[in-house]
Design a binder for this molecule. Structure first.
Ligand SMILES: NC(=O)c1ccc[n+]([C@@H]2O[C@H](COP(=O)([O-])OP(=O)(O)OC[C@H]3O[C@@H](n4cnc5c(N)ncnc54)[C@H](OP(=O)(O)O)[C@@H]3O)[C@@H](O)[C@H]2O)c1
Length: 222
């Protein structure tokens, strides 16, 4: 298995993906760029996934795309990042001849990620969201099963076992290192986030551990 990102010298927006990924039977696409700007998100996810899907087509490789449960719902499209993910899923579906989309709910790690992304000086904003978070390790195990052919679905939705708010998760984190400030997002989209628009349907596969067990295991330490 070879990992590629800018850290290893591969920029998906600039470099020739077909050349760089030559020999791959499976390509797992898990690139990301955090932004709330619709223009920047659709530009990044559109261009990155077009490059990966075209490489997968050239190489006749299986393309496994990591996405987010419910990110394509109309009510959340005002959130630029989700608009970008929607474009990404659409392009991958159009271009990739052999695609599996693994969608997960927000990861346990997302609580700390959010503090880093939403930080201004000593404060960090925590958007009002009701979610069913899941451990990244558990999602990765499912991605591995899809990549190795142990699972053959073309779409898999994965969720954690409990519903909670991002605020509750944030408050449980050890060593936050920043003052967390709740941010109720205004309007219909904010209400949708708070009222559970990001919660999965009953069809989603539920995987542990629970958030408290994950915290007890020390995985949340910085
Ligand atoms: N975080 C969550 O809770 C969550 C939940 C469900 C699904 N997802 C999805 O899972 C994927 C990964 O999420 P994440 O939170 O880990 O994203 P992330 O932290 O924003 O970025 C993931 C990786 O993308 C690489 N990358 C960024 N720009 C690149 C470029 N131009 N060329 C090559 N590589 C580039 C980065 O490595 P370098 O800096 O080395 O380039 C980074 O390791 C995303 O598609 C996200 O939507 C995330």
């Amino acid at each position: 298995m070879t990992q590629h990102s800018r850290t290893t010298g591969f920029d998906v927006l600039r470099d020739d993906a077909t050349k760089r990924l030559a020999g791959a039977d499976v390509i797992v696409e898990a690139t990301g760029m955090f932004t709330t700007s619709r223009r920047r998100a659709t530009d990044f996810f559109g261009r990155s996934t077009r490059a990966i899907a075209a490489a997968a087509a050239d190489l006749q490789a299986h393309h496994v795309l990591l996405s987010i449960v419910n990110c394509t719902l109309p009510v959340v499209q005002g959130y630029g990042y989700f608009a970008g993910k929607t474009v990404q899923e659409q392009i991958a579906s159009d271009v990739s001849p052999r695609l599996t989309i693994v969608r997960s709910t927000q990861w346990f790690e997302f609580a700390r990620q959010n503090l880093e992304r939403m930080r201004t000086g000593p404060f960090a904003l925590v958007p009002g969201m009701t979610i069913a978070p899941v451990a990244l390790d558990s999602v990765a195990a499912i991605v591995a099963d899809v990549a190795t052919g142990l699972r053959t679905e073309t779409e898999v939705d994965v969720t954690g076992p409990e519903t909670m708010t991002l605020w509750e998760m944030t408050r449980s984190l050890p060593d936050r290192g920043v003052v967390a400030v709740p941010l109720p997002i205004p309007g219909a989209m904010g209400r949708a986030f708070r009222n559970g628009a990001l919660l999965p349907t009953a069809d989603a596969e539920v995987i542990g551990p629970r958030f408290a067990e994950w915290l007890e295991g020390g995985a949340a330490a910085e």
